[in-house]
Each structure stands twice: as structure tokens, then as C-alpha cells.
Ligand binder design. Structure first.
Ligand code: SF4
Length: 692
């Protein structure tokens, strides 16, 4: 068998790309990974996979991997390879020195949604128990923080309401600002299957995604709205529901509160489709037809993505969708719900694990004395009761000199965060930047310490997917760096004088279960027995919770919230007449750190600018031309692709490549409640360049 090159052993683990969380059987010959086979018993994928999960694992053994720690005194110096002992003592000493000089709040950390729950938990514990502040934030800040806020306000829980299987029972599927075919392919296929079997589809998106029209799929309605008008559209849909007598009065009366005030608000004439058709670019007739279909077509299920959250009103829009689901009784049973399609593999988990600056694990506010006391007793140290800095606050404070040191866990903020120039200025101003990552990424170019991280093939722990499913990530091979990432965090904590130690990742999960009510029934043993578990898992829900809010909402009554539409300050002008919006393609993943280093997925060496033929023609631009894309904050160069997938006045690009760098263009505008950047609306100009 070995001579034929066949695998000799296998390990069941979880894909490290998107929030679908597919399970795979990693098949090995000796220590060599031969192939990833989609696991038929995987709770999220049931034997299916996409190109990334199946083939894009080559980055784990790429020669660019950093396998030894490196330090340097200044970013002008060359990196110096050092022992783990030296890297950890250097990091701990510099963190303590900086705190002694600038104060307890002068340091902080950013956690990653690419790492395990256990790794995230240890970082936030280090910040709270060792740094003595709450300056910890997660990369979810720049993607789904409005989901956390909006769903907590309305339903009481910062998480999607359904399992993926639930879509099989949906009669009307409302997809808003999401492109599951490219970004969540396995779930996208399941959704398409349901549509082929008869479910009706409504898509709200400025761009004509594959879902709108592809073989055997045709959306009943495509509401091709102007970027930045989401809230106006959702309010108009809700207006139709209220004024045409489509409210599920029984559900609202028994399950919800604050309905009357909301009903009066939403019934106002300014929310009528006819009042917003010009603003949104969608005809009143189409809005009305879509609203009627969602409200009367049977089970109505909402799925949404970053096209909802990455706006100045991202949180308002999340609450608007929750209002609509409650008003029509589309919540609390199979086939309905409000469901965020999470981008990264562990966005849900990184948020669950307490890496927001205002929340301890399980979304409990740091000002809650009772919750803090639990951790103070267990961790043996007093905890601060005031929220710490969010990522953009950290950047601002770094520039003004009050924030001096940052620990970044597995996240390339220099490429992924908006207004690159501002991020570079902040990173360049730090006295100490510690990066824990697989590669010398764009952020690491500003770092003083590089702590090599582990790939998903080396990790031992758990990821939590978009349907709250906790999946085991089992080590397929030993860490190539010699250490698990959580071990490194513990060693830094110890070197800073705090006794932090775990024998295993399982022990960290035991501590999470001990202190977090929604995780009480979770352990590695329980996960191994069940395959996976959807939280909440506790005494009330011993087998986990596929569908939330069945009998009552987590907060008791579902709360209607007034969602006033406030236009973004980012408007097209004579100088910047087009609106740029951003997204992803199937074969690439976020900033491309992994997929760019994998030979066996189609690599597109650059991001491309999609431009409507009309906008191209008036600028003398032809397909393939090199163009300058500029906004009020920056300028970059791309090749143009003419496409009628986008409306006149809108252009579109991806952010997978550091050279073309879409975030050189995006602005500092952000969601009013959570500071999630407004990646989806940037006023730009496009000019033909004579030469590439
Ligand atoms: Fe991985 Fe997502 Fe593809 Fe599944 S759908 S294999 S989780 S990238």
C-alpha cells in the first residue's frame, strides 16, 4: 500500500477557511499530508467541500513559513533568529517596560478569527489578567461586529439563529449583501439546491452575483440597490408588511415587545417604497413585490454577509432585518431566521471567547460585577470594569502616543484594515509590535518580534462556524515551530509574572465551559462523542441548539428597534463620481496570505476592477486597460474588466492582493455602534492610464 502512495492514516479535522466549517479527513502517508477528503459525517458539510478546503493546504508547508522566532530592536534592523526563550523574555520585558513608562493602558492585543477558540481565549485572558486592562479586540471588528451588536439588541444573543440544514425548509430565501457561491461555497450549493426544488429567492445586492442568475437558478427579485441604502430598503419592505396587513399579530403579541412604537415609526410615509425608490435605485413596485413574497410565501429565511455589516449603518441594518423577521413571525423554527454568513473560519468563536474590549467570554459586559467576580476568583487577580480600546481607537492612540505596544495574533491588519496610510502610521509609531503569524506578512514589516504560528494542520483545539457549531481541530502533524500558540501566550504571561499554565487545549476548553454558561456542556470528550455541538450547550440544552429562540428569545421578548435611515457621509462628488464596493472570489481568501502560497488553487495575481461598460466608455477605458483608482484617502492601479454585473455609477474590486491593495482606497468611515469600517461605500474616480 505504501509503495502505491496510498495514505496510511487519517485524522478528522476542520477546514481553516470560511465560516461554513467543513469537516475533512486529512489522509497522511507517514508524516506527509496526501489529501483532504470531505468528511461525510461532518455536521456542516455532510461530505461536500469547495476548492479551498479540498486543495488549498499547500501554504502550511510553504518555504515562506517562519519556523523560528525572530526579534529586532528597530524595524530598520535585520531580523535576528533567536531561541523561544529569548523571544519570550524579550517580549515580556519590553511589554512590562512600556507599561511602567506609559501606564497600564498603553499596551493591548488583537485576536484572530483564524485561530482556535482556545488560542483566542488565552490571548484575551493575558490582556485582562496580565496586562491588567481590556485593550483586546478581534478582527471581527472589521467584519461582523454589527451582527454581534444588532442581534444582541433585538434577540438577546450575538449569533445566527439557525443551523445550515434549516435552509432545506425555507420557502422564501432573502439574501442580502452576501455572495455565498464565492464566499461560502458549500452552504451556497445547499441554498441553490433548495431553490432548484422550488424555494423562491430574493437578492438585495448592488451587484448581480451568480445567485441572481445561474444555470437552473433565477432570483424572483433582484433589488439592485445603490451602495449605502440598505436601511432605506429594509425599512421600505417592513413598511409594506405593516401597511398591507401582513404582520403576524399573534407572534408579535406573544413573543415581542416595543412593537407599537416601531409600527408607528415604520408606517410613516417617508418609509414607503415610493418615497425611497429614487434614493435606493430600486422601483417601488419591485420593493413591494419582494416584501409581499417574503411575508406571505411561507417560511422566510434571511441570510446576509458583509454587504450588510460593513456600512456606517451596519448595526442598524442588522436590527432592521431582525425587525422584519419578528414582524412576520419568521423566527424560532426551522426554515426561517436571521443568519449571518461569517467570513473567516472562527469569527463566531473569536467573538464568543471574549475578545471584544467590552465583553468577557459569552458576551457578558465587563461592568457586570457578578461575571467579573467569577473570573477574578478563578484567575486570582482583579479585573477592570471599563471597556478597553477598539482597533481603530488603538490606531488613533498609537499615533497620539498614548498606546505604545500591540500584540497581533494571526491577522494581517496592515492589509485588511481600511485606510492603509493611517494603519501604517499607527503601526510605525509603536515602540513594540509583536506579531504571531505563519509568514512575514505586511503587518510584520512593522514588527519587532515575530513569533511563528501554527497552521490548522498543527493546531489542537476548536473552531466555531457561522451556525454556532463547535468543531474539533485535531493536529494532523506536530507543530513545525515546536509549540502550540496557546503555549506561547502562557509563557509570555509567566515571563510577565503571572502564573498561566495549561496541560492541554482540552484543559482550556474545560475552563471556558466552567465560566461560560452557553458552553457549559462542551468538552473535547463531548465533541469527540457527538462529532460537533452547536452552542448554547448546557443543562437546558444538553445536546446543543440547532435553532435558537424557539419558545422565547434569549433576552425574553424579542425587541423591535427603530431603525432611522441616515445617509452615509461618503457621497459621490464631481471629483469622485463613482461608488466603489468590495468583495471576494471563490478561489481566494481574504488577504490571500494562504491562497497566494498554495500552488493548487487558481491564483489571480492581482485584484481586478469591475466597471460598467457605460462608465468605461465615457472614460475611454477598454477591457484590460490599466486604470488609476483614487479616493479622497489614496490611490492605486488596477486592470479594468468591463461588466454589466454592476450598475452604472458603481465599480467593484476584491482585496486579496497586497500590491493592488483595495484598502489604500477605503476610508475611515465606520458603523456608528461598533466602528466596523464602511468598506462597501467609497467615492472614487477611475482614470485611464497610458502605461501599466
Ligand atoms: Fe472550507 Fe468554506 Fe470551502 Fe467548506 S466551504 S471547504 S469551510 S472554504
Amino acid at each position: 500500500v505504501i509503495e502505491l502512495g496510498m495514505p496510511t492514516r487519517s485524522v478528522i479535522t476542520t477546514c481553516a477557511y470560511c465560516g461554513v466549517g467543513c469537516s475533512f479527513k486529512a489522509e497522511l502517508r507517514g508524516d506527509e499530508l496526501v489529501r483532504m477528503v470531505p468528511y461525510k459525517n461532518g455536521g456542516a458539510n455532510e461530505g461536500h467541500s469547495c476548492v479551498k478546503g479540498r486543495f488549498a493546504f499547500g501554504y502550511a508547508s510553504h518555504p515562506d513559513r517562519v519556523l523560528e522566532p525572530m526579534v529586532r530592536d528597530s524595524i530598520a534592523d535585520e531580523w535576528r533568529k533567536v531561541s523561544w526563550e529569548e523571544a519570550i523574555s524579550f517580549t515580556a520585558r519590553r511589554l512590562r517596560e512600556i507599561q511602567a513608562q506609559y501606564g497600564q493602558g498603553s499596551i493591548g492585543a488583537i485576536t484572530s478569527s483564524r485561530t482556535t477558540n482556545e488560542e483566542v481565549y488565552t490571548v484575551q485572558k493575558m490582556v485582562r489578567a496580565v496586562f491588567g486592562n481590556n485593550n483586546v479586540d478581534t478582527c471581527a471588528r472589521v467584519c461582523h461586529s454589527p451582527t454581534g451588536y444588532g442581534l444582541k439588541q433585538t434577540f438577546g444573543e450575538s449569533a445566527g439563529t439557525q443551523d445550515f440544514k434549516s435552509v432545506d425548509e425555507a420557502d422564501v430565501i432573502l439574501v442580502i449583501g452576501a455572495n455565498p457561491t464565492d464566499a461560502h461555497p458549500v452552504f451556497g450549493s445547499r441554498m441553490k439546491q433548495r431553490i432548484r426544488k422550488g424555494a423562491k429567492l430574493i437578492v438585495i445586492d448592488p451587484r448581480r452575483t451568480d445567485l441572481v442568475r445561474s444555470p437552473h437558478i433565477e432570483a424572483a427579485y433582484h433589488l439592485e440597490l445603490r451602495p449605502g441604502t440598505n436601511v432605506a430598503i429594509i425599512n421600505a419592505i417592513a413598511h409594506v408588511v405593516v401597511t398591507e396587513g401582513l404582520v403576524d399579530r399573534e407572534f408579535v403579541a406573544s413573543r415581542c415587545e416595543d412593537f407599537e412604537a416601531w409600527e408607528e415609526f415604520i408606517a410613516r410615509p417617508e418609509h414607503a417604497p415610493e418615497a425611497v425608490d429614487e434614493l435606493t435605485g430600486v422601483s417601488a413596485e419591485k420593493i413591494r413585490a419582494a416584501a409581499r413574497l417574503y411575508a406571505t410565501g411561507g417560511n422566510g429565511a434571511i441570510y446576509y454577509g458583509l454587504g450588510v455589516t460593513e456600512h456606517s449603518q451596519g448595526s442598524t441594518m442588522v436590527m432592521g432585518m431582525a425587525n422584519l423577521a419578528m414582524a412576520t413571525g419568521n423566527i424560532g423554527r426551522r426554515g426561517v431566521g436571521v443568519n449571518p454568513l461569517r467570513g473567516q473560519n472562527n469569527v463566531q468563536g473569536s467573538c464568543d471567547m471574549g475578545s471584544f474590549p467590552h465583553e468577557l467570554p459569552g458576551y457578558r459586559h465587563v461592568s457586570d460585577d457578578g461575571v467579573r467576580e467569577v473570573y477574578e476568583q478563578l484567575w486570582g487577580t482583579p479585573l477592570l470594569n471599563e471597556p478597553g480600546l477598539r482597533i481603530p481607537n488603538m490606531f488613533d492612540a498609537a499615533i497620539d502616543g498614548s498606546f505604545r505596544a500591540l500584540f497581533v495574533q494571526g491577522e494581517d491588519i496592515a492589509q485588511s484594515d481600511p485606510n492603509t496610510q493611517h494603519v501604517f502610521a499607527a503601526l510605525g509609531a509603536l515602540e513594540l509590535l509583536v506579531v504571531q503569524d505563519l509568514f512575514v506578512n505586511e503587518t510584520a514589516k512593522f514588527a519587532h518580534v515575530l513569533l511563528p504560528g501554527t497552521s490548522f494542520l498543527e493546531k489542537d483545539g476548536t473552531f466555531t462556524n457561522a451556525e454556532r457549531r463547535i468543531n474539533r481541530v485535531r493536529p494532523v502533524m506536530a507543530p513545525q515551530t515546536g509549540k502550540q500558540e496557546w503555549e506561547i501566550i502562557c509563557e509570555i504571561a509567566q515571563a510577565m509574572g503571572y502564573p498561566m499554565h495549561y496541560d492541554s487545549a482540552a484543559q482550556i476548553m474545560d475552563e471556558i465551559a466552567l465560566t461560560t454558561p452557553t458552553f457549559m456542556g462542551v468538552s473535547f470528550k463531548a465533541l469527540d462523542e457527538a462529532g460537533s455541538i452547536q452552542w448554547p450547550c448546557n443543562v437546558e440544552h444538553p445536546d446543543g441548539t440547532p435553532i435558537m429562540h424557539e419558545e422565547e428569545f434569549t433576552r425574553g421578548k424579542g425587541r423591535f428597534m427603530e431603525t432611522v435611515y441616515v445617509p452615509t457621509s461618503e457621497r459621490s462628488t464631481r471629483k469622485y463620481p463613482l461608488i466603489l464596493t468590495t468583495g471576494r472570489i471563490l478561489s481566494q481568501y481574504n488577504v490571500g496570505a494562504q491562497t497566494r502560497r498554495t500552488a493548487n488553487v487558481a491564483w489571480h495575481p492581482e485584484d481586478i476592477l469591475e466597471l460598467h461598460p457605460h462608465d468605461a466608455e465615457v472614460r475611454g477605458i477598454e477591457d484590460g486597460d490599466t486604470v488609476a483608482l483614487s479616493s479622497r484617502v489614496g490611490r492605486t492601479t488596477l486592470h479594468a474588466k468591463l461588466s454589466d454585473r454592476i450598475p452604472v455609477g458603481v465599480c467593484y474590486t476584491t482585496f486579496h492582493h497586497p500590491v493592488t491593495g483595495a484598502n489604500v482606497i477605503t476610508t475611515d468611515n465606520s458603523d456608528w455602534a461598533t466602528n466596523c469600517p464602511e468598506y462597501k461605500v467609497t467615492a472614487v474616480q477611475v482614470d485611464l492610464l497610458a502605461e501599466p
